[in-house]
Design a protein around this ligand. Structure first.
Ligand SMILES: C[S@@+](CC[C@H](N)C(=O)[O-])C[C@H]1O[C@@H](n2cnc3c(N)ncnc32)[C@H](O)[C@@H]1O
Length: 451
């Protein structure tokens, strides 16, 4: 247990004490378990392997560090710091575009001029980008004018999905960031109000986004991908990287929900289930369940080729557009994993209402998606990570991340006969699992009031 902060000390000292306390606990855990101290040396673990209780100390240390940084910089310094961050991705982008990590051997020290030569790039510009990368721990500087691998660049060289993820961030997502605000007041789109008021309920279509402004296209991002095989491959690869992040792994949703309670032989529809990764994991753990994975036709064609033989009699694949009526009637559960955050409220309402004609009384609707923590439930640092994702969703799709209240409000608006049954927030992750049941007979108001 962390000792409470000394109220007689200034806030900065309280924060510094908390950082020392948490960091000491983390280091003790690592030492006791024969694990190395945190490091950026090539080969260092990409993430500290901590159990949930120590993970909480890490979150507290990082939150305190962020606040201390802001306080010590002061209002003006903190503001200027934000401005600097706007350029941070430039050197990472250079590393990605010129595949610099792949051009360095581990242990090799290379002059910045040699890096520029290997990249066939302007020497002065490349040297400056590479030196910036050093300041961001992306490379190390063993001696002046030279660079070598850090743990980060070594990972970028050796983990193709990470390389693809950075490519997706730098080349698909980042160009839209500076168009988020102009897109609010872009009046040339059909239906856009001069003051941007049509976006008030996030009802703007997915082809009127910051991304559309940035790329000068009027088709949604996913349509663009269909016409560009390499970009589509990189996006799919980047998404598979996300599946390894805490809470995003299929196993997290397996453990957070009592799938066995659906009953022997129950049917689960995985709406927008992509290649069936979750369905395979679910039926491996619960072989008596039947899962129908639904997605767009080209995704299902690909999934058909990839489905493991052991899952063939438990996992069915079905082409289905979730903006049309649900074809699987009377399933026990309809599962939406990382689907609805891709869509604004109006589109989510349409998706959810397409279920109604198929639902039997008591059917479950389970939403497994990000949830923005309520104010004060986490440090501002943690909340900022989720809010950055929220702005990215706005930029790319005019969609959003939601708080638990927004999730429950959204489903209630789709139809009041969806009744909230349970809410689970996954540990050390922004992911939640929200379960509703379909109750066509409204519960009597008197009985409810008496509870
Ligand atoms: C973010 S991915 C989530 C995939 C999967 N549920 C998971 O958790 O890995 C969104 C999925 O929705 C699918 N999708 C998009 N529009 C769709 C539509 N109109 N009907 C059905 N699926 C759709 C995409 O093809 C993609 O597989």
């Amino acid at each position: 247990m962390a000792a409470p902060p000394d109220p007689d000390q200034p806030r900065t000292v309280q924060l510094a004490a908390a950082i020392l306390q948490h960091t000491t606990s983390i280091e003790s855990y690592l030492q006791q378990n024969g694990l190395p101290s945190p490091s950026f040396a090539p080969g260092a673990p990409p993430k500290l392997p901590l159990p949930p209780n120590v993970e909480q100390q890490l979150a507290a240390a990082l939150g305190a560090l962020d606040e201390l940084n802001a306080l010590l910089l002061g209002p003006m310094g903190w503001l200027l710091n934000q401005v600097g961050h706007a350029y941070d991705l430039c050197s990472l982008h250079a590393l990605y575009r010129y595949k610099i990590p792949a051009q360095l051997a581990v242990g090799e020290e290379v002059s910045v001029a040699e890096i520029a030569r290997r990249c066939d790039a302007d020497e002065d510009a490349m040297a400056r980008l590479v030196q910036h990368a050093v300041t961001n721990y992306l490379l190390v500087r063993p001696r002046p004018g030279h660079v070598a691998h850090s743990a980060t660049s070594a990972m970028l060289a050796n983990v193709p999905v990470l390389h693809d993820f950075i490519g997706n961030v730098c080349e698909d997502m980042w160009p839209s960031a500076h168009k988020v605000v102009p897109a609010l007041a872009h009046t040339a789109w059909p239906g856009a109000a001069a003051d941007g008021a049509t976006a008030a309920k996030s009802g703007r279509p997915p082809n009127q986004t910051a991304h559309n402004l940035a790329e000068g296209t009027d088709v949604p991002f996913f349509e663009t991908l269909k016409g560009d095989q390499e970009r589509a491959r990189r996006f799919a690869s980047a998404m598979s990287m996300l599946q390894t992040m805490p809470g995003f792994e299929p196993t997290a949703a397996l453990e957070a929900y009592d799938w066995g309670a659906l009953g022997h032989g129950a049917t689960v529809v995985d709406v927008g289930g992509s290649a069936g990764t979750f369905a395979v994991a679910l039926t491996d753990k619960h072989p008596d369940l039947h899962v129908i994975v639904q997605d767009l036709p080209d995704v299902i064609d690909k999934a058909r080729a990839e489905l493991p033989a052991r899952s063939a009699d438990r996992v069915a694949l079905q082409s289905h557009d979730f903006f049309t009526p649900q074809p699987v009637t009377s399933a026990d559960a309809y599962f939406f994993r990382m689907i609805l955050h891709d869509w604004s409220d109006d589109y989510c309402l349409r998706i959810l209402r397409q279920l109604i004609s198929a639902l039997k009384p008591g059917a479950r609707v389970v939403i497994n998606d990000l949830s923005i923590p309520p104010p004060g439930a986490t440090t501002l640092y943690e909340e900022r990570q989720v809010r950055c994702k929220d702005i990215a969703m706005m930029a790319m799709f005019n969609s959003k991340e939601r708080t638990m209240d927004e999730w429950t409000g959204l489903v209630a608006e789709a139809d009041p006969r969806f009744r909230l049954r349970s809410v689970v927030q996954l540990p050390a992750s922004p992911i939640g699992l929200i379960e509703f049941t379909w109750e066509p007979e409204p519960a009597p108001a008197v009985a409810e009031a008496a509870e």
